[in-house]
Design a protein around this ligand. Sequence first.
Ligand code: URA
Length: 237
Amino acid sequence: MKLVRLIANLGYGNRKEVTRLFREGRVTDPAGEVLYADDRAVHAEIRIDGEPLDPPTGLVLLMHKPTGYTCSRKDAGRLVYDLLPPRWRRRDPALSTVGRLDRDTSGLLLLTDDGALLHRIISPRANVAKVYEATLARDLHGGEGELFESGTLMLESETTPLAPAHLQVLEPRRARLTVTEGRYHQVRRMFAAAGNHVETLERVAIGRLTLDGLASGAWRALAAEEVARVFEPPPLP
Ligand code: URA
């Protein structure tokens, strides 16, 4: 790929702006030698104003989503993209959230510019486990586990029952729920169907991947072997 396009696709500017970066001698190799738009150079060997380029495409980010942020590009209010460097919003291919968490849900969120990977994770056929911890308005009555595991629970206005989901009771009003689908407001609606109300909801794992101490609002790029953990079943309680 031509250098101007490679750099423009990373969000550093449109082609005209990136061409100007070359003319101003701001694009160099690691030794500070000026690169020209027609030069050949690999991603890792390019500097802009002395700084390494942003990560190449094929990026997978792990984010600890705080409550109050929306998984959307254009909603009013705070967006999860606001937590990333502003330039990253102009990347092509674009970074997208892998599924969504509600504005009032916190926890583990993945973002990627790899469309095939994204579909592999969210496809219902992939059976990827999403693990949530919920605090509830009322004590659990004891029948929820069987209801969620049954494979027959039908949520309002849906036409197919939910796949079996696994409930682990942590406290009378706290539970961990593992689901393999990603239906709209699924966890909140499941507890509502069981006569309860979710007060707080956090996603704690996807497959075997956890936040592992990542602070609220923070994010980091994942290595390929960390991404692979998404497809492993979470450890049994
Ligand atoms: N289920 C919900 O109800 N909300 C989320 O954000 C994720 C799963």
